[in-house]
Design a protein around this ligand. Structure first.
Ligand SMILES: *Cc1c(COP(=O)(O)O)cnc(C)c1O
Length: 233
């Protein structure tokens, strides 16, 4: 299957369910992204700041770039002028930095709060208590340049569908609870980003309305095409 065909097939499948496709283009070359773009895809996800910057510069300006990987506070300044959504907000400190730099560019940046749902220590994200604490914070309440659109989560990397399903179910319940308690009547709190190539169908069945698909769109990631100047972000 070609990238263009993958996009068309996925878009057809997801549109009927009102699910947004984020095409995760990390490690993939600009020409692959252009092929997806030509097939109508406009939302792309990257997890490294340096790679995102290089691609943003090389590619059409009507692409909505989502940062989906862990973001260090000292790198917010590089992406604040263009990033469409930061899906991986995992601390108040990071949110403050996003608010500060968005203000400098007269922007309001859409953010998702990343919640830790996996049964693994390696994943970033807020736990339930930290999430509630953030939402109740006075400084947070005063922020004018970030808009919380919803939650994001990454399920455990396992073959066990029951485990994955439980994690997605838990995140959906949490999303509904947060909506009721903190965002009642706030229409812009509308996004639950969960599901990757291996588990997006389960995610959608359990209430996801944004899926982040890399290999299903672009094929397997084998080598890193991008040399990163920094070792992480
Ligand atoms: C890489 C990545 C994806 C996409 O992974 P695939 O398994 O290739 O679909 C989704 N979300 C995040 C946060 C990622 O880092």
């Amino acid at each position: 299957m070609s990238i263009a065909l993958n996009i068309e097939t996925l878009q057809k499948e997801l549109k009927t369910m009102d699910v947004t496709l984020v095409a995760v283009s990390k490690t993939k070359p600009v020409k692959d992204i252009l092929e997806a773009y030509a097939a109508g895809q406009r939302v792309f996800g990257e997890n490294m700041v340096q790679e995102l910057l290089e691609k943003e510069e090389a590619l059409p300006k009507d692409i909505a770039w989502h940062l989906i990987g862990h973001l260090q506070t000292n790198k917010v300044k590089y992406i604040a002028h263009f990033v469409a959504m930061i899906e991986s907000v995992d601390s108040l400190k990071l949110l403050k930095e996003i608010d500060k730099h968005a203000a400098k560019h007269n922007r309001v940046i859409d953010c998702l709060l990343q919640v830790y749902i996996a049964d693994e220590d390696s994943k970033f994200g807020l736990d339930h208590a930290e999430l509630i604490e953030l939402l109740r914070d006075e400084e947070f309440a005063a922020m004018q340049h970030v808009r919380i659109r919803g939650l994001m989560g990454i399920a455990t990397n396992t073959e066990n569908e029951k485990v994955i399903k439980e994690e997605f179910y838990e995140l959906k319940m949490l999303f509904d609870g947060i909506k009721t308690s903190f965002y009642r009547g706030v229409e812009s709190f509308d996004t639950l980003s969960m599901g990757m190539s291996s588990d997006y169908k389960l995610a959608v069945e359990n209430g996801s309305n944004m899926v982040r698909l890399g290999s299903t769109v672009f094929g397997k990631r084998v080598v890193k095409h991008f040399k990163l100047k920094d070792d992480d972000n």
